[in-house]
Design a protein. Structure first.
Ligand SMILES: *Cc1c(COP(=O)(O)O)cnc(C)c1O
Length: 365
């Protein structure tokens, strides 16, 4: 059996360090925020090339607070994409704003900058591109449009820790970078966790207050806030894991290159790495007109796969009013074709070959 992702395999490689880190937190009594979380904030901000990191309790909270820190609320519009995890759109709605969707580029499946202008109104306040699958959105033209219209840029970097765009780490390119450390993400906690990066000291201050009940100091509630604090265990775990992230990312990239080579003439559409970009392969996504049959064939061979995501957000029942079928043809077609095949650092070259052979057998059938 080859799973789509194997969290226990990774844990076994760092077991002793993790247990020691958890013991440190238990002994310290700092179970919410505390030293481990604060040190992680500094270490992760440095990793992402940003001045400040504000740790929170999920990627969704990171998005919600970035929007609030940017002053976005009822009556405002925020532009994002349909083919993302629902949290991107949900966070805009939590802030009281309206999500306005634009279609994506057919190659990278990230926000198509050419389609931005047509979506901008006098209510537009921000653009929220998603670095989908670990590949950076095309940030230079997005920033140009944002500058021309005085819009905030909030990066959904939940899938893209360590990805780079024209030599710059994502999370430091827009005004805010929002990371998730959900266990399956490239840098995963052992529970829920997230973080916002920013280079703006005032914004960092607002974010710190918002995540902790709007307090400037204990029991001084200068603004309405939230209980969005990261807990001490997650900070300690993430510090241990951050030290391995580059090695793990390079392993993902090696597996991706291996898949690329083995599947080059398979007839499937393979992921692209745009010029000047570093893809970090949160998932390795192939596209097929016969996706469901391919997935079933792999399952018969004991190979697990995933679909990110089967429905664009505007066609989900829980998110009405964002658009009708046919409004975003590139994203809609992608949702029917995408398949995430096994991808995690601990995969072996032999496993990559087994998966590729099973795919090629299906393609030849
Ligand atoms: C995982 C994810 C989120 C939400 O992060 P959580 O930590 O699960 O709240 C947001 N956006 C995208 C693109 C994600 O993949």
């Amino acid at each position: 059996m080859i799973p789509w992702i194997d969290l226990q395999a990774q844990y076994q490689t760092i077991r002793e360090d993790i247990r020691a880190a958890l013991d440190r937190v238990l002994d310290s009594g700092q179970y919410v925020l505390g030293d481990e979380v604060h040190q992680f904030e500094e270490e992760f901000a440095a990793y992402a090339g940003a001045r400040y990191g504000i740790a929170v309790n999920s990627g969704t909270s990171a998005l919600h607070l970035a929007l609030l820190a940017a002053g976005i609320g009822p009556g405002d519009e925020v532009i994002t994409v349909p083919n993302t995890f629902v949290a991107t759109v949900a966070a805009i709605q939590y802030a009281g704003a309206k999500a306005v969707l634009v279609d994506v580029d057919a190659q990278t499946l990230t926000l198509a900058p050419a389609k931005l202008e047509a979506a901008i109104t006098e209510r537009t306040k921000a653009i929220l591109p998603v670095h989908l699958y670990g590949h950076p959105a095309d940030m230079a033209p997005i920033r140009e449009v944002a500058q021309a219209h005085d819009l905030t840029v909030i990066e959904d970097a939940a899938q893209a820790h360590g990805a780079e765009y024209q030599g710059q780490r994502i999370g430091s390119i827009g005004d805010y970078g929002c990371f998730s450390f959900y266990p399956s993400k490239n840098l995963g906690a052992y529970g829920e966790a997230g973080l916002v990066t920013t280079n703006d000291d005032k914004a960092a201050e607002r974010l710190r207050m918002l995540r902790d009940w709007g307090q400037s100091r204990k029991y001084h509630h200068d603004m309405a806030g939230f209980n969005y604090r990261m807990d001490g265990f997650q900070g300690a775990v993430l510090r241990v894991k951050l030290r391995h992230l580059e090695t793990w990312t390079e392993a993902r990239r090696t597996h991706a290159a291996h898949y690329n080579e083995l599947l080059a003439d398979s007839g499937l559409m393979l992921p692209v790495e745009a010029e000047g970009c570093r893809h970090v392969y949160y998932v390795y996504v192939v596209r097929s007109e016969r996706r469901d049959a391919l997935q079933a064939h792999l399952a018969e061979q004991g190979i697990h796969s995933g679909i990110h995501y089967p429905h664009p957000v505007h066609l989900e029942q829980g998110y009405p009013g964002l658009g009708a079928a046919g409004d975003f043809p590139v994203a809609e077609a992608a949702c029917q074709q995408v398949l995430s095949i096994p991808m995690y650092p601990e995969l072996s070259a032999a496993q990559v070959e087994t998966v590729a052979t099973a795919i090629k057998d299906f393609q030849a059938s």
